[in-house]
Design a protein around this ligand. Sequence first.
Ligand code: 6PG
Length: 475
Amino acid sequence: MEIREHDIGMVGLGVMGRNVLLNMLDHGFSTAGLDTDAAKARALVDEAKEKPASATTDPKAFVAMLRKPRAIMMLVPAGAPVDAVIRELAPMLSPDDLLIDAGNSHFTDTNRRVESLAKQRIHFFGMGISGGESGARHGPSMMPGGSREAYERVRPILESIAADVDGEPCVTYLGPGSAGHYVKMVHNGIEYGLMQLIAESYDLLKRGVGLSNQELADVFERWNEGALSSFLIEITSMIFRQKDVQSDNSLIDMILGVARQKGTGQWTSQDALALKVPTPTIDIAVGLRDLSGREDVRHAANRILRGPAPTGDFSRDAVNQVHDALHASTILTYAQGMAQLQAASKAYGYDLNMEAIARIWRGGCIIRSALLEEIRVAYKANDELSDLIVAPNMAERLSSLQAALRTVVAQGVERGIPIAGFMACLAYFDAYRSDWMPFNLIQAQRDYFGAHTYERIDQKGVFHTQWGEPLPQSE
Ligand code: 6PG
């Protein structure tokens, strides 16, 4: 159907762009699409059927199809393609138009783009979208940041296409500048951490307990009905049931154990270090994806390095312990991401509302889970909460689950099953609750070799000692 003056435009009619547009059409908005590939443009119009959609390969025609002030979303790969679209469209846009980058862009690129387009009085939005193809089509979680005034213009569209939990849409204005892309980056960091922990649970249950794929599917299905209920646990149970069409095996057994990555987990860790926020589970998840890729080295080392061989002698009770260890570690991983967001909010002036973030992550996104409702409640009860770990509902839960995490870590370590994610969670928990840490020794060493000074427990000020010299004799 050809109409002019569409409500919103989309640049990039690949899987995500096309599905977001079809979702908008379902909710009664008229849309225009732009793609360099004429087949993709035609496919969108065909799929839209009677609904008000146009699509073109001509940027000028595309811009002319939109109601002013225009709202244009782009779903193109992060990096140079985003700059290329901006370079092409910006000269044709007018003051007050809004460009939304809905890809996984690095937040510093978003800051640069916001600044440069502001010179033309064009609003630029960085918005994370989570939920993959099916989320885009039927209800994603969206994390927009930029000018609040511009958000109000597209709010009805975003709220109607978002996932819905208890009548609340999984989208809200998050903050100025790159706030939206920052929150999406940390979402992905948490995603890496949770996927690592689920993979380690699989290893413990497969090589430690000796469960078959069928049993694994049943265990994860049962877990999805309780405290661990979440999208990632649900798809994990379905993955174990999938048969391979090319062999008689389960598909999971035919997939190479090398985890790829596009970089958002690494960015999360990098910025956490810059902000001095410990995120050990996310860091280790990135590192182990890297190690999984060093296949040749691992195969060679397997023949040289000695250690216990993983056995299947775990008791059946271990299944429940792994459940509780995963439960505790999931809370600890969310907590690390939330702590990073709180630090970024202060450092970058985002003024994030932590309850709102937990609320829009409850549906539509990859890390959605029943736990996020409890996390939301924790922030609602206290919006000044310094850290999720000490929220009364989480602290109580962690205190009762920590024994299982300890048992699982001990068993994994003894059997040589690499469970670095669980170990990082436990060490984070124990370090976090320590009122004494051995860093008096590090301070002493720093002062010894570099005169870096130290503080004392009994007096204010900084002190230096001539280490190793005899003390002055008292008279
Ligand atoms: C989402 C996901 C998505 C991401 C993939 C792959 O929220 O829908 O986070 O944005 O692209 O999960 O990420 P990696 O290739 O880095 O694993």
